[in-house]
Each structure stands twice: as C-alpha cells, then as structure tokens.
Write a protein that binds this ligand. Structure first.
Ligand SMILES: Cc1cc2nc3c(=O)[nH]c(=O)nc-3n(C[C@H](O)[C@H](O)[C@H](O)COP(=O)(O)OP(=O)(O)OC[C@H]3O[C@@H](n4cnc5c(N)ncnc54)[C@H](O)[C@@H]3O)c2cc1C
Length: 520
C-alpha cells in the first residue's frame, strides 16, 4: 500500500471503469465491492482514509435497538445481517460485546425484554447471542458502578464492536489486494463531462505536491458523506440539497468509570436520545449527542453543552461519575443524513438508512448510511454504477470475502490484534531491528515498529494519520498523543525522507489539532 506506486499507476489505464470519490466507510466499501467484482477501480480521498465521520463513530456494529423502537424495521434487519457478515469476514476487527440496559420503571422490564427478543429473532442465523431479563442483583453484578436507587432489574443483550478507522485501513488494503487503487490526499476539484454532458471523469489535485491529474472513467461514484452536495453541485449547480448533517460527540474516560467489561445502554435519556458507555481500547467511550449543524467540516468541535449533557446524563446512572477533568479525549463527528421530505423533522428522528441518487448526467451519489451497512451500501452503489456506466454485469462476491488481515482467534487483549495477520509482519520488523520493539510512550503499549509499518504499508503520511487513525492514541488520550508526537515525527521523517523542518511543522500542526480534543 504505497502512495507513490498507486499514483504512478493512475495514468496506466486510459479509461477506468469506476472512480470513487471519498475514502470513508461508504467509499471504501464501494471500491472494495467494485475491485472485487473485477472492475478497474480508483478511489481518491482528499485527506486521509477515515479522516471524516468514519473515524468518529460510537464503534458499534449493530442493528440499532433504537431504530426498532422508531419502527425502522427494514434498516434493523439489514444492519443485523451485515453485522453477521462483517464479523465473519473481519473477525480481527469486530468483537461480540455484551450490553446491559438497566430498568428503573416497572414497565421498562417487559418493554425492553420483548423488544430485544424481537431483535434476537430478526438476527436469525446471524445472531450474536440471546438476550435475557436479569434481576436487580445480576444487573449490579454485571455493572457494579450503576446507581442502585430505584433500579428494579436489567436486560442483557449482545451486539458488535469494532475499531472504525482500522476497518477503514483494512478496506483500503483490500482494494489494493484486488488490483484497485486507493490514494489519500488526492482531492477532486471538478468533474469532467463528455460532449453529451455526461459525467465521465474527475480532475484531482495531489494535496501534497499540488500536481493535477485527469482521471477518465465510465462511471463516477460520489461517496463523500456530509460533503456529497458539494460534488453534486459540481455536476448541477441548481441541484437541491440532499444531505443534512447532525453532530455527535463522544467523551473518552478511564475504564474505572464503567468498572465492567459489559457496556451500558440507556435507551432513553432526558431528551429522548440513546446514551452508550462502551469499553474500547482499555478505556470507555461515552456518547453520543445529536445536534443539527449547518457547517460541514472535517474537524468538527464538541459544543460545551454537548459535553455537559453527556456528563450530566452519566451522573444520573453511575455511582462514581466522571467530571470535565476526567475526560481524556473528546471527539465530534457529523452524520450524513438524507434530507427529510418534511421540513422541521428533528435529526434524531431521521432514518439512518441510505439511498442512491443518480443525476441526469450519470453521477451516482451515496446519501446517508451507517458504518455497519458499508458493504451493502457498496453493493447497491456498484449495482447502480454498472447500469449507468454500461459495464458488464458481474456478481457480487463481498458477502463471503475475507478482508485484508483476516485472522481467526486473535488475542483480544493485544493491541496488535487490529492488524490481524499483518501483526506477524510487524513482529518481523522488530526481529530485524530490536529498537523498533520499544514502546512509543509510557503507559501505552504501542510500538515504534507500528510507525514504520504504518508508513510503509498503510499509507500514513502525517503524524496525525498515525496517532489518530493507524493507532488511536488521539482518541484514547489526547495529552499522551501530544507527548508522543516528537518520537512519531522523527521515525516518520526517516521513513519518508523528510527533513527536520518537516518534523517541526508536523509536531506543531498535530499539537494544535490535538488541543481541540482536550477539555479546557
Ligand atoms: C457520532 C456518530 C456516531 C456513529 N456511530 C455509529 C456506530 O456506532 N455504528 C455505525 O454503524 N455507524 C455509526 N455512525 C455512522 C457512520 O459513522 C457514518 O454513517 C459513516 O462513517 C459515514 O461514512 P461516509 O463514507 O459516508 O462519510 P465520511 O466518513 O465522512 O467520508 C467521506 C469522505 O469524503 C472525502 N471527501 C469529501 N470531499 C472530497 C473531495 N472533493 N475529493 C476527495 N474526497 C473528498 C472526505 O474527506 C471524507 O473522508 C455514527 C456517526 C456519527 C456521526
């Protein structure tokens, strides 16, 4: 997975079958689908893979218990099936996670017990385990930090958990394994149309070198999440808005605040949202919020009231509860939601489903979606693209297709598990150069060898790429990530052939960015 090599191959094909714009869940899933069906495929991402929404999720591979309550049965059925397919195809990246819902009102117990039985039934052969009503004592034994006042019982159920940006990297590697190209820091600046006005290519700018390229293709797929309307407007400046963005914030705190390996799910907070507390990378993620926003950016920032809402809600359920000073990292992401037909609908009520929009000029755009359903989104997008581009029909193989790094039986307690079978290659680097076996920063077991690996084999180009999305230190502990930046910059500079000035600028840029993940 070498950027220079990928760029050099760009001009080798005069006309590509499919160009995918956007390297988040939807774009990567689409390019994997296209490349694995044998279409000549290129994916271009303006920043790093998963820089946008796709590194900022709740990290759940789930059907969505809440969508069931909202009556979106089709979405839940689809997502539960995809959950089962993903754990089969990428067992190194997805784990089964136990959840508890505490019951405080007498009607909660039958309501959630029956609801989750329906959830189990809908999973069918893709089930993760049977849900179960449990009494107050068992609920407390599962979650000792839960406030006992008025607690009557609980319901246990199972869903999936994953590392979002690590899955993104595995998908980018899979595209390349199947002969496609995936290039980060390559921004689409305009669309190319033929004499009949059909979209038949893109103009891209290499963000690193400033060089321009024209990529011709039979069909272009716009998978740019909350930025989808920007690309749609390149095709038709009068096109109506298709996307609304809703911000979701998460706080990462020490695992002692959950005090359990079981995750907590509060189905209805004071303002009718869902709140999760989920163990992740030896910490706990608390979230999320649902705040409509009008500006779309790659680096959204948490609002003070969102942070307060999460902390206040936690204090209603947890005995020992985190305060602002306990927050190790705060991150925000923007959900790309399909603009509702009725004005004034709250973002939390908008479906998380996806649809494919095709313009008169043949631009195929993905609107909406969830990480969990990325494969199905890709399948739907490619099916439409095949028709639009007049490509030879080929059957999808992605349902039974192991992703890059596929490995059964990984040690879930080792941080190298996320690399799957590539972990062996990282160990080989250490065998050759034992210094690479040293840790990057105290209190965390990330190794210097991972920096070398990320540059050589995962297309990491900046200190941020490594600390935010190859290992997740920025999301786990922003202060530790700032402290780790000089070591990372030094090793990356050596690998990339960069000078001291580059190191200095990288450390500066990263420190400024990471300060936004700390709470003042
Ligand atoms: C707070 C929150 C929690 C969530 N939790 C979950 C969860 O637990 N489970 C789940 O299944 N889903 C979850 N989701 C939903 C899921 O994360 C998103 O649906 C998914 O990540 C969207 O992926 P995407 O590819 O559409 O968008 P993105 O990840 O934003 O990718 C779009 C990409 O397009 C690129 N791009 C834009 N313009 C250009 C251009 N001109 N040229 C090249 N590239 C361009 C951007 O840089 C970006 O990387 C959550 C979402 C949020 C916000």
């Amino acid at each position: 997975m070498n950027r220079e090599l990928n760029i050099s191959k760009l001009d080798q094909n005069n006309i590509w079958d499919i160009v995918v714009i956007g390297g988040g869940a939807s774009g990567l899933g689409t390019a994997v689908e296209a490349a694995s069906r044998g279409y000549k495929t290129v994916l271009v991402e303006q920043s790093d893979f998963a820089k946008g929404t796709s590194s900022r999720s709740t990290k759940l591979v789930h059907g969505g218990v809440r969508y069931l309550e909202q009556g979106d049965v089709a979405l839940v059925l689809e997502a539960l099936k995809e959950r089962g397919i993903l754990i089969k195809n990428a067992p190194h990246l997805v784990s089964r996670q136990e959840f508890v819902i505490p019951n405080y009102e007498w009607w909660d117990a039958p309501f959630y017990t029956i609801g989750l039985k329906v959830y189990d039934l809908m999973s069918g052969k893709y089930g993760f385990g049977d849900s179960e009503y449990v009494n107050k004592e068992t609920t407390i034994s599962k979650m000792p930090n839960l406030l006992e006042k008025e607690l009557s019982s609980g319901v246990i159920y199972y869903d999936g958990q994953f590392d979002d940006s690590r899955l993104a990297i595995s998908l980018a590697q899979t595209i390349i394994d199947y002969g496609g190209l995936a290039i980060n820091y390559m921004k689409v600046s305009s669309l190319v149309k033929n004499k009949s006005g059909m979209v038949k290519g893109v103009r891209v700018t290499d963000v690193e070198s400033g060089e321009e390229h024209k990529i011709k293709a039979r069909v272009i797929i716009n998978a740019t999440g909350v930025f989808a309307d920007e690309i749609i407007k390149m095709d038709d400046p009068t096109a109506e808005k298709t996307i609304v963005a809703s911000q979701g914030v998460h706080l990462v705190v020490d695992k002692k605040f959950l005090g359990s390996e079981t995750a907590l799910m509060i189905p209805k907070t004071s303002d009718g949202r869902v709140l999760f507390a989920v163990p992740w990378h030896d910490k706990v993620i608390l979230g999320t919020t649902d705040t409509p926003v009008s500006e779309t950016t790659l680096e959204p920032r948490a609002l003070d009231e969102e942070v307060d809402f999460i902390l206040n809600t936690c204090s209603q359920y947890l005995k020992s509860t985190p305060g602002r000073n306990d927050v190790l990292s705060v991150y925000a992401g923007l959900r790309p939601l399909a603009a509702p037909e009725q004005e004034g609908k709250e973002t939390k009520e908008i479906s998380r489903g996806h649809y494919i929009n095709i313009s008169l000029a043949g631009l195929v755009s993905i609107i909406g979606g969830k990480w969990t359903t990325y494969r199905k989104i890709g399948e739907d997008a490619v099916n439409n693209a095949v028709l639009m581009g007049g490509l030879k029909e080929r059957l999808s193989v992605s349902m039974q297709m192991p992703l890059h790094g596929y490995m059964m039986g990984v040690d879930e307690n080792s941080h190298l598990r996320w690399y799957g079978s590539d972990a062996l290659k990282i160990r080989t680097l250490i065998d050759r150069d034992p210094e690479l076996g040293e840790i990057i920063i105290e209190n965390y077991n990330f190794l210097k060898a991972e920096i070398v690996w990320a540059v050589r084999d995962e297309m990491a180009r900046t200190v941020e790429d490594f600390l935010a999305r190859r290992i997740r230190l920025l999301f786990i502990d922003a202060k530790a990530a700032i402290d780790a930046a000089p070591v990372v910059a030094k090793i990356m500079a050596k690998e990339l052939g960069q000078r001291r000035k580059w190191q200095r600028l990288q450390i500066e840029d990263f420190t400024n960015l990471a300060k936004g993940y700390l709470i003042e």
